[in-house]
Write a protein that binds this ligand. Structure first.
Ligand SMILES: Nc1ncnc2c1ncn2[C@@H]1O[C@H](COP(=O)(O)OP(=O)(O)O)[C@@H](O)[C@H]1O
Ligand SMILES: N[C@@H](CC(=O)OP(=O)(O)O)C(=O)O
Length: 515
């Protein structure tokens, strides 16, 4: 039978009855005994919750901090959100009678049933939801359509199941836990299905509910990440991919907690995506501004909006590794000592579309820029990077407008058509944004080194943009050259390869034509 192995878990986090884990004191015990206020949020993402064994580990981690009164936020297990999405898309075209054969539906059903069995829990913990989910897929098959609103409802099953399983598991061991659906405890959002914004009314509502429940009957709240309730429609919304980070920081601000912990499968925020360059190193400290820029420019590790509540509430965020809890992780705060910092992290966003827009001079300078941006606004397209001159503007378009999918060709054609009424437009696809997140006061040094590296690599930068925060400098290059650039930049900034002391060979100066 599955059990929370406290001794093993304390050993793994380097705690021996008493100790300190990343600034958090550790003692023996089981937590949730009431009295004190809720003190921290602990968020665990899908990568931390991929199996029954992982759920046991996570339970052990939470209970290794008994003097803490955590609010636990969970994402869906493993790849469940992707599977739900794919199952929904398949259901649209497969016919009602074939729903039970949808591969992704069977995969996610099997995962959840296996988890419940391995944790020694009754099937009733998830049976109702699984039945409801199958009915929903059949409805999608019958209607032959999957709206954004239905998609959000469909995706909600992932978090609704993981939290029920986890709360039941803790309760089984006498640790009082209460499952909470975010949409029932005060998460009020805009009605932008797929990418809803959290509304201000959420903070007092969530605080009142979580605090009230805790005072009345202390039990660890196990809250669904990623979900909310649309304020006009009153139905389930989602906060965009990776939105559980935002759920966690919202709770942190709402309750004024001491710390927000987001537990991942990496040792913290790294100097670049380890999937792009495996030599990435942990960044021990970050400011909210740095973390926001990093997330906004595509570092999957944090949800782009998640730093906002933490910054507003001035609550430290700690990014930790649930697979390696001894690692100190990354601490994100309002300020940090930037004296020795040059570059913090490199972020790569691939498959970006860029538009060069040159005025036909039908409009004056002000009118031109205003008109260009009003076209983007009308079409609901957000812009990532901008570089302007008096009569021309280059922009990159944000493909995350509708979360998982890219801007579709039809939309691009429409943008170009509208812009061509006032400008000459050049559409450039397969571009990449390399964002250098670093110290504002070292921007010249960063650019000097970066351009030397890129020149040495024979790469021509197609656009440069620096945001008002100055924390981020973005270089747009061709997609085919991007990984190579990131590697070379990483070696220079984080692995001690000094580009300025390296002679440039004439051969190196031959630009490599983009593929
Ligand atoms: N700069 C970065 N630092 C750390 N991880 C990154 C970075 N950029 C991309 N990643 C990716 O983000 C993943 C962790 O984020 P995510 O998958 O959202 O975790 P979770 O599902 O646990 O919330 C890592 O496994 C890593 O592949
Ligand atoms: N399950 C949702 C929300 C989320 O935050 O997930 P994760 O914490 O695993 O990135 C998603 O996959 O987008």
């Amino acid at each position: 039978m599955a059990a929370v192995d406290f001794a093993r878990c304390r050993a793994r986090i380097g705690a021996d009855g008493n100790g300190v884990l990343g600034g958090v004191a550790v003692q023996g015990g089981t937590g949730a005994e009431g009295g004190d206020q809720l003190s921290v949020v602990m968020k665990f993402g899908g990568s931390s919750l991929s199996s029954a064994a992982r759920m046991e580990e996570v339970a052990g981690l939470i209970l290794a901090f008994p003097e803490e009164r955590p609010v636990v936020v969970l994402s869906a297990m493993g790849m469940t959100t992707n599977l739900l999405h794919l199952a929904g898309e398949t259901a649209v075209g497969c016919g009602v009678n074939h729903v039970s054969g949808i591969e992704e539906w069977n995969m996610l059903k099997d995962l959840h049933i296996k988890t419940v069995n391995e944790l020694g829990l009754p099937r009733s913990v998830i049976d109702t939801l699984l039945d409801e989910l199958e009915q929903l897929l059949k409805s999608v098959a019958m209607m032959k359509e999957l709206t954004l609103r239905t998609t959000d409802y469909l995706l909600s099953f992932g978090e609704r199941m993981s939290t029920r399983i986890f709360a039941a598991y803790l309760n089984k061991f006498g640790v009082k836990a209460r499952q909470c659906d975010a949409f029932d405890i005060g998460f009020i959002t805009s009605d932008d299905f797929g990418n809803a914004d959290i509304l201000e009314a959420t903070y007092p509502a969530v605080a009142k509910r979580l605090h009230g429940d805790w005072i009345r009957d202390p039990a660890i709240p196990i809250v669904t990440g990623f979900l909310g309730k649309g304020w006009k429609t009153g139905v389930v919304t989602t906060l965009g991919r990776g939105g559980s980070d935002l759920t966690a920081t919202t709770i942190g601000k709402a309750l004024g907690l001491r710390e927000i912990q987001v537990w991942k499968d990496v040792d913290g925020v790294l100097t670049c995506d380890p999937n792009i360059y495996p030599n990435a190193k942990t960044v021990p400290y970050l400011t909210f501004d740095e973390a926001s820029e990093l997330a906004y420019f595509g570092a999957q590790v944090l949800h782009p909006q998640s730093m906002r509540p933490a910054r507003e509430g001035d609550i430290p965020v700690r990014v930790k590794n649930s697979y390696n809890p001894k690692a100190p992780g990354t601490l994100i705060t309002k300020k940090r000592d930037m004296d020795k910092v040059v570059l913090t992290s490199i972020v790569l966003k691939s498959n970006v579309t860029m538009l060069d827009i040159v005025s036909t001079r039908m409009l004056g300078q002000f009118g031109f820029l205003a008109k260009v941006f009003s076209i983007f606004e009308d079409l609901g397209i957000s812009v990532d990077c901008v570089a302007t001159s008096e009569v021309s503007i280059s922009v990159t378009l944000d493909p995350s407008k509708i979360w998982s999918r890219e801007l579709i060709q039809q939309e691009l054609d429409h943008v170009v058509e509208e812009l061509e009424k006032i400008a000459f437009v050049h559409l450039l696809q397969q571009r990449a944004i390399i964002s250098l997140i670093g110290n504002v006061r070292q921007s010249s040094l960063i650019l000097e080194k970066a351009f030397h590296v890129l020149r040495k690599s024979g790469v021509n930068v197609q656009m440069i943009s620096q945001g008002a925060s100055k924390v981020n400098m973005s270089l747009i290059v061709h997609d085919s050259e991007a990984r190579r650039c990131v590697e070379a930049l990483h070696q220079t900034f984080f692995e001690g390869v000094d580009p300025l002391s390296t002679e440039i060979d004439e051969e190196d100066l031959q630009p490599i034509p983009p593929a």
